[in-house]
Design a binder for this molecule. Structure first.
Ligand code: RUQ
Ligand code: CUA
Length: 669
């Protein structure tokens, strides 16, 4: 017995040694024995937090549980999704409309959750599109994209969305400076210094509906805006934007935009900007940008082309903008829960500078300036500085906070998270990340009341952490326990798309408000079919509209004849179910489209242009009942000159009922 046990534990030691020896240094020691129990969410139990994570160049948002790291849902935002039909159905296509036309993809970087009094209120998640400058609002009762707003006078919306203390505004700072929309853009690229400009935009949020409105823009020098955070508490009314390329280089930025010792954090007094707007200092500019909104009543999106924006020029607006020098190529720019401290993270800097809001105000009052940059006062570095964190690590990127006065900074180059005290700037702890961490997030970390408990690392590189999958490896996150003095690695979990940033919110705040169905009585879709008795097929010239219903386990109608080559067929499918979690899918063989996935009480439309004569099957794609596989039907396509009458039926066997042939009286009666 005893010898058996000894043998077993010996074997275990050997195995452990074998595993740890091929792991990077620190990996084994970082994982504590109780890690497994801390992330284990037993079957049937719920996670403690929702983590709402950007999907980067996949254009979506992923919804994960914390601490388990389980993926619950992919919410398509700027990219089409074949799973739900988002961006493929007629109703959702307008969501992806822009002034450039239909842009079915974007590069989604940052999440901002709505806040009231600086605390998560669980209403909306905002996200930025970095490619074709856009902002999106996701409704956290449906986990669907409710609105997308394009940003004019911008090129690459990276410094975005970031939110003020009461969700008054989200912002959009242009990543690329370019000639603005109304300037002559046909200029030599090496005239950058003369012709290229930046803007930062303030987008107001309707406190009831969440609707986004482009309130005003501020013209800035031609620099690149990177990140931003709103002031809060005592600094409420201010916004801080990090920027790089104050050199205004137009080529080989990796060298030419790192020439100077310091770039800037731009401090914006947005309350002041509001006053200038009220006083009529804003100039109306003719621009073009799309505003797209989805309605849960009509189950359809509309896209409106907007044509005007109010622009403030700092020349006419003193005391609105200030630059604070920040070493060196700053990336993250984060405000602590009190709003007193602003942390700059110079990607190439050897220290982390921490600025004091009080000192910034004093410096402004005393005009303690170091000259101007393009006419905008530059506050003296030392005058704004609270202090520097010494020898923190290499390549600081982003900082988040807990509720106990500690900061957590990610270091890309040295692949670690460093914990330090915000007041005395002492480094308290460091843990490795695997590898090359970008953002990190503490639940509630950017709010006035961090929920704390964990820090989540969002990593860029995962070599040797997961089973390899060809040239491309998964992106991933790592979960650390920060409830004690020392940070402890608990879990690695893969993510879909590049996880730039995420915000975690207590599950309680979202759990009870989840929509379960759409009430069929409230369905105001112009092509709704509110019962099987109303199901029909109507021809309007070459257009055929199928008013179709689904309920377990059949479509009505499920036999359609009289479709001809040259027709354009619209299947308007209404799901009559009124139970939670009973969507029906719908697909057509050979259709140059995705499926549509229709929720209970909802109507969605699949457009189909038949390309050949014959019988085309249609079927339900979502396993909805024991007889899901039987949920299918047929469409007969005849030559364009055929005289087969338009008929439809369900439950009829041969021969087709020609008496039900419908006259060609249009879709809208
Ligand atoms: S960025 S890895 Cu696109 Cu937020 Cu810092
Ligand atoms: Cu409906 Cu499967």
């Amino acid at each position: 017995m005893f010898t058996n046990l000894l043998k077993k534990s010996l074997a275990l030691i050997v195995i452990t040694a074998a595993i740890t020896s091929c792991k990077p240094r620190g990996a084994a020691s970082a994982i504590s024995g109780d890690a497994a129990s801390k992330v284990y969410v037993a079957p049937g139990k719920y996670d403690e937090f929702y983590d709402i994570v950007s999907g980067g160049f996949n254009g979506q948002i992923g919804i994960y549980g914390i601490p388990s790291g389980r993926l619950f849902r992919i919410v398509p935002v700027f990219s089409q999704s074949p799973e739900s039909g988002y961006g493929f159905s007629e109703e959702t296509k307008p969501m992806l409309n822009t002034s450039h036309g239909f842009v079915p993809w974007d590069d989604l970087h940052h999440i901002a959750l709505s806040v009231t009094n600086g605390v998560h209120d669980g209403r909306w998640a905002f996200a930025n599109g970095n490619n074709t400058p856009r902002l999106a609002r996701v409704d956290l009762t449906t986990f669907r994209t409710a609105e997308i707003l394009e940003i004019p006078n911008s090129a690459g919306n990276h410094s975005s969305p970031f939110i003020t203390e009461n969700s008054e505004y989200i912002v959009a700072g242009t990543r690329f400076s370019v000639p603005l929309d109304n300037d002559n853009g046909d200029v030599a690229i090496n005239t950058y210094k003369k012709n290229f400009r930046g803007t930062v935009s303030f987008i107001s949020i309707n406190p009831q509906s969440g609707e986004m409105t482009l309130s005003f823009q501020i013209k800035t020098p031609g620099i690149n805006f990177d990140l931003a955070r709103a002031g809060k508490g005592k600094s409420h009314g201010w916004f801080f934007f990090s920027c790089y390329n104050s050199e205004k280089a137009n080529t080989l930025l990796e060298v030419n935009a790192s020439a100077k010792d310091k770039d800037f954090i731009m401090a914006v007094n947005w309350k002041k900007a509001e006053e200038y707007i009220k006083a009529g200092k804003g100039k109306k500019e003719a621009v073009k940008y799309a505003h797209n909104q989805y309605s849960d009543k009509t189950h359809s999106a509309t896209s409106t082309m907007m044509n005007e924006v109010l622009v403030l020029d700092p020349k006419d607006c003193p005391d609105m903008l200030y630059f604070i020098p920040c070493p060196k190529s700053p990336h993250g720019c984060d405000t602590d829960p009190s709003g007193e401290y602003i942390v700059g993270s110079g990607k190439l800097a050897a220290v982390i500078p921490v600025f004091s809001f009080t000192k910034i105000q004093q410096a402004i009052a005393a005009k303690n300036f170091d000259g101007e940059y393009d006419g905008i006062p530059v506050i003296k570095y030392e005058a704004a500085l609270h202090g520097e964190v010494q020898k923190p690590g290499l390549g600081p990127l982003h900082t988040e906070f807990d509720a106990n006065g500690n900061a957590y900074t990610s270091f890309f180059v040295s692949s670690e998270i460093v914990k330090w005290n915000v007041k005395d700037l002492k480094v308290l702890d460091r843990v490795p990340t695997y590898y090359s961490i970008g953002h990190l997030s503490v639940p509630g970390g950017p709010t006035t009341k961090p929920w704390g408990k964990y820090v989540i690392a969002y990593n860029k590189i995962t070599k040797d952490r997961y089973l390899p999958t060809g040239p491309e490896l998964t992106q991933s996150a790592q979960l650390y326990d920060i409830s004690g003095e020392k940070m402890k690695l608990l879990l690695d979990f893969p993510t879909t798309g590049e996880p730039h940033y995420g915000e975690a919110i207590p599950a309680d705040l979202l759990f009870k408000k989840q929509a379960k169905i759409f009430r069929i009585e409230d369905n105001m879709h112009p092509y709704v079919t509110k019962g099987e008795g109303q199901a029909r097929v109507e021809r309007n010239g070459k257009e055929v509209h199928v008013y179709m219903t689904s309920i377990r386990s059949h479509f009505t109608p499920d036999n359609i004849e009289g479709i001809k080559m040259g027709d354009v067929v619209y299947f308007h499918l209404t799901n009559l179910e009124q139970d939670w979690d009973v969507p029906h899918g719908f697909a057509v063989k050979g259709s140059n489209n995705a499926e549509i996935l229709v929720m209970p009480g909802e109507t969605q439309t699949l457009k189909w242009i038949p390309d050949r004569v014959g019988i085309t099957p249609i079927y339900c794609t979502d396993f909805c009942s024991a007889l899901h596989q039987e949920m299918q039907g047929y469409v007969r396509v005849s030559p364009s000159n055929s005289s087969v009458p338009l008929t439809f039926s369900t439950g009829k066997t041969a021969p087709a009922d020609t008496t039900k042939s419908v006259s060609y009286n249009g879709p809208n009666k």
